[in-house]
Design a protein around this ligand. Structure first.
Ligand code: AMP
Ligand code: ZN
Length: 486
């Protein structure tokens, strides 16, 4: 049975099958903007894409996965200038950090990871095609814009009604807008090439239209089609990218190739929220992997917590959910150890590191695997996994059944990317669990407010902590939460 997942373009659940038989399943995912450490929201999206890729592979498909590095946009340029570090050095540092975090979270590396700055000629070539096809125009300052009214189905991904938008006062369709990111209410002709500005500092490149740099959206259209072909199987990203980034990617690619279809399937991940709110530095609820590791969490527990919600629903992350993830992993480890013993094997023998053979056995874990095939239902699969774990260690299972169960468990964990016996999540989770989640979150927000020199907020949060019977002892580079004495 082929895996089926939701497609934003057709608004329906569709099977994932290669467009051309005999060639790999080709997927492109928008990668990180490397101007700081990735946060756990970014990792939710990358991890879900990783589970999708693993599930496709486990289902017998050969997959070709391309994920770009955005190292050339407003954010990377401005942040590198702010810190006084040359762009290349700056983005290289954050790309390395991203790779380290990915390895810790057991993300499979993409087959190609193209950098925007290393593919400028490719982007210029696509802009030239768009001008030649009548879809783009040059402005007097030497910038080039995409003329959205020449693209008859512009808006098809995010289901915009372009005619209605044209009549809205807030709409700036037909007006050139050089921002990389904007809201759907301000649909506009967007920049394909941005003429050099003093604020770009030394970051400009030559082009037929003068010195400047590519707009943000063009890198993904140019690099995805270069590495995967003009039409490929699936394109993924977080839901925030649907408009304008993905909409513009489609317009650029399809108008450059004279309407050959671009990605056949659009796979969007809903956002991760933290403590019920959108993540932001000012709220003090923005976590990186390092933040959670310093609090004692293992990367595997973080992985478990971030994949455990359905990709089509927002996931609310709390420190409690992280502690629960650690405890759940420990439970799986204990059951796996009993199963191994029944099969006369040891921990070291349980290393589902590679893709298992076709026609592998699933034993009691068949139901969990079916859940993954059905709209990548990870929470459903985890539910079935736990019910299977209670059955597999019953004395009635024959040795042959136990071996099938063990193979099924290994396969399932491979698809989820969960590696057992890599630490002791329970122990770490236990330390965390002693501090109630609400208290831990308050402590975190207070510390962030203090770091941001927002002493009024920090003080209010200190009082709230006190009401719950806790205080924060501040050190030079961190804090410790302690119970107030009676
Ligand atoms: P960026 O580094 O901002 O370019 O984002 C990298 C990926 O993370 C993109 O696919 C975004 O859509 C995704 N993303 C950003 N914020 C969140 C979030 N809070 N939850 C899930 N995915 C996110
Ligand atoms: Zn992209």
């Amino acid at each position: 049975m082929a895996i089926r997942v939701h497609d934003t373009l057709s608004r329906s659940i569709k099977p994932l099958v290669p467009r051309e038989p005999g060639i790999p399943y080709r997927m492109y995912c928008c990668g990180p903007t490397v101007y700081g450490p990735a946060h756990i929201g970014n990792f939710r999206t990358f991890l879900i894409q990783d589970v999708l890729r693993r599930t496709l592979q486990m289902d017998g498909l050969e997959v070709r996965h391309v994920r770009n590095i955005t190292d050339l946009d407003d954010k990377t340029i401005y942040r590198s200038q702010e810190t006084g570090v040359p762009l290349h050095e700056f983005t290289e540092k954050w790309t390395h950090k991203f790779h380290d975090d990915c390895a810790a979270l057991n993300l499979l590396p993409p087959h190609v990871e193209p950098s925007a700055v290393e593919h400028i000629p490719l982007q210029i070539a696509m802009v030239e095609k768009l001008i030649a096809n009548g879809h783009a125009y040059k402005t007097s300052d030497g910038s080039v814009y995409f003329k959205i009214h020449t693209c008859h189905d512009y808006g098809k991904l995010s289901h915009l009604n372009l005619d209605a938008l044209r009549t809205q006062e807030t709409n700036s369709a037909g007006v050139a807008n050089d921002a990389d990111e904007y809201e759907r209410e301000s649909v506009s002709d967007f920049a394909l090439w941005k003429a050099r500005k003093p604020s770009d500092g030394p970051n400009f490149w030559p082009s037929p239209w003068g010195d400047g740099r590519p707009g943000w959206h063009i890198e993904c259209s140019a690099m995805s089609t270069h590495y995967l072909g003009e039409t490929f199987d699936l394109h993924g990203g977080g839901i925030d990218l649907c408009f304008p980034h993905h909409e513009n990617e489609i317009a650029q690619a399809e108008c450059a190739t004279k309407e050959k279809g671009f990605a056949a399937h659009w796979f969007h991940t809903m956002h991760l929220m933290v403590d019920g709110a959108k993540m932001s530095k000012s709220l003090g609820n923005l976590y990186t992997l390092d933040d959670l590791r310093t609090r004692g969490a293992t990367p595997m527990a973080v992985r478990y917590a971030l994949i455990s919600g359905h990709y089509r629903s927002q996931l609310n992350f709390t420190l409690k959910s992280l502690a629960d993830a650690g405890a759940a992993l420990s439970k799986i480890e204990r059951a796996a150890e009993r199963l191994l013993a029944r099969c006369g094997l040891e921990r070291a023998d349980f290393a589902p590191l590679s893709i298992p053979e076709k026609n592998t056995t699933w034993g009691e874990f068949q139901g969990a695997w079916d859940m993954l095939l059905d709209d990548l239902n990870v929470p459903g699969a985890l539910g079935r996994l736990f019910s299977a774990l209670t059955k597999v260690n019953s004395p009635e299972r024959t040795p042959a059944q136990a071996r099938a169960d063990l193979s099924g468990l290994g396969n399932l964990l491979y698809a989820l990317g969960l590696v057992l016996f890599t630490g002791n999540p329970d122990e770490n989770a236990g330390a965390e669990a002693e501090i109630p989640a609400e208290v831990a979150a308050l402590g975190e927000r207070r510390w962030a407010a203090k770091q941001a020199r927002d002493f009024a907020t920090a003080d209010t949060l200190r009082i709230e902590l006190g009401k719950l019977g806790w205080k924060s002892l501040d050190r030079k580079d961190g804090y410790v939460l302690e119970r107030l004495e009676d």
